[in-house]
Design a protein around this ligand. Structure first.
Ligand code: THU
Length: 151
């Protein structure tokens, strides 16, 4: 699975975003170490705080299906009236959730700016500008499972 292929799956996931309040649609595609991919979108709520981000939707789908070893996540997002999507980096809460299951030294965070994201039938590598970081780069000094280890 290439970074570009994972971004395309994140774009697909974004089409399912439920965003009547912010109109900001996000899609994520989470690649497990065994090659399985879980897609997620943001799901908003009239109570606002119960809103779930796309990244956490993907992680919770994966963990609830027995997958906890992750290699990479691709994230795309932007306001739903935009043709061209800017970079959309995971929020702080999602970084913390990713840190629970991904190894910060190796887990890849794949972000993409996308031109003409309103027409997914025509997405090629030319439309997509990908930036890759490791989890440790976007969550320095993270607090995680190792801090609570009794061993
Ligand atoms: N959102 C995500 O889904 N992922 C992020 O990392 C940033 C924010 C969603 C939450 C909310 O539905 C909307 O974008 C605006 O904050």
């Amino acid at each position: 699975m290439t970074d570009f292929e994972l971004v395309k799956l994140a774009l697909e996931a974004r089409t399912m975003a439920y965003t009547p309040y912010s109109h900001h649609k996000v899609g994520a595609a989470l690649l497990c170490k065994d090659g399985t991919v879980y897609k997620g979108c943001n799901i908003e709520n009239a109570g606002y705080t119960p809103t779930n981000c796309a990244e956490r939707t993907a992680v919770f789908k994966a963990v609830s299906e027995g997958h906890m070893e992750f290699e990479a996540i691709a994230v795309v997002g932007g306001m739903d009236n935009l043709k061209d999507l800017p970079l959309c980096a995971p929020c702080g809460v999602c970084r913390q959730v990713l840190n629970e299951f991904g190894d910060p030294e190796t887990f890849k965070i794949i972000l993409a700016e996308v031109k003409n994201a309103d027409d997914l039938s025509n997405i090629t590598e030319n439309n997509v500008n990908i930036t890759v970081n490791l989890l440790k780069d976007i969550l320095p000094f993270g607090f995680g499972p190792k801090n609570l280890s009794v061993i």
